[in-house]
Design a protein around this ligand. Sequence first.
Ligand code: FAD
Ligand code: EPU
Length: 340
Amino acid sequence: MNVNAIIQNQSLKAYNTFGIDVNARYFAEFNKIETLSEVLASATFQQNKQLILGGGSNILFTKNFDGIVLHNLLKGISKVQVSEHDYHVSAAAGEVWHDLVLYAITNNLGGIENLSLIPGYVGASPMQNIGAYGVEIKDIFVSLKAMEVATGLIKTFTKEECAFGYRESFFKRAGKGKYIILEVTFQLSTKHQLNTSYGAIEQELAKMNAEPNIKNISQAVINIRSSKLPNPKELGNAGSFFKNPTITIAHYETLKKQYLDLPGYPINAQNIKTAAGYLIEKCGLKGFRKEDAGVHQMQALVLVNYGKASGHQIFDLSSLVIEKVKENFGIELEREVNII
Ligand code: FAD
Ligand code: EPU
């Protein structure tokens, strides 16, 4: 690659959905694996801190990035039939996630319709095992290809190797910063078990007067999401800022005496997951705003940038939220968003 293709002092404002105005010391885009290999071999890459960026929808920049940012633009979706009803669909990491959902719907392939309208690129989807409305990508994940940063070698990861958990994977833990995900393969099916059990999907289908099928479920999910999640094009945000916390059943039962409608989703005999958005709202923080950093008015789990907030201001607000929830409920919230 021509070293001139590495830009200096690139603003990242348009590359993160919080709309935080920071600069990257170096910035390069790649739409071919060969280009990526050349960047990896360059002195600029090897001598600096590195960050791989997709759609920037799960990231909070708290300062200028004093290193090199690589923006992934690898494109392409293909499918291979593996049995009468099942297909392996492979998408390059720079494909927009929702475009893959639309591809699946157009090809009558079920499995990811509940994950409609999640922002970001395919390459980041395994990072935190994206999930919504009762489905996570681990449910339909087959394998992924990733380039090892240290060697430039391409490795295939199985589902087990990815160690998926709730908003977790190997790539967010031990593999952090060590691999660049290039392509992800999912198993989708023309004879797919629809999942309408979660949240308001059934009510929304009834409101739409629509039968449950892949296309209608996708539309129902889009309608529900649009009614409560802010559109990053209008209001900077990165979706849920915190994970929903897991607590003991004993702790839950104690809290429930005071908070009769405290949501609870049992995980096993000892533990239950509760809703961080509920806890934040009960702390009186829903709609709270300090300068341009705020807690969203419709969904307290989402922190927003009203315009000119710095990453630091958003981060400080998240610390305040953690402190208040701990004080009121004895629960320590964990940030979901990647803090840079
Ligand atoms: P980025 O923000 O660009 O990157 C996220 C992390 O992944 C960074 O650490 C980055 O370095 C790393 N990364 C990115 N690409 C690669 C790659 N190719 N190889 C290696 N590492 C990489 N998430 C959910 O799970 N469920 C939801 O319902 C949901 N709703 C959302 C709603 C809104 C309005 C918004 C703004 C966000 C929402 N999110 C949700 C979070 C976000 O959309 C997902 O986490 C998404 O997968 C992030 O993709 P991205 O390409 O924007 O990642
Ligand atoms: N709630 C409140 N007040 C709020 C927000 C939520 O009381 O301000 C209550 C709701 O009434 C409901 C419960 O909390 O009883 C759960 O709310 P919701 O269904 O809106 O989902 P969530 O738990 O807040 C999670 C994911 C979302 C995902 C939705 C749908 C996490 C951290 N968040 O949100 O993912 O889209 O479920 O499946 O697990 C993301 O990761 O960025 C994200 C948006």
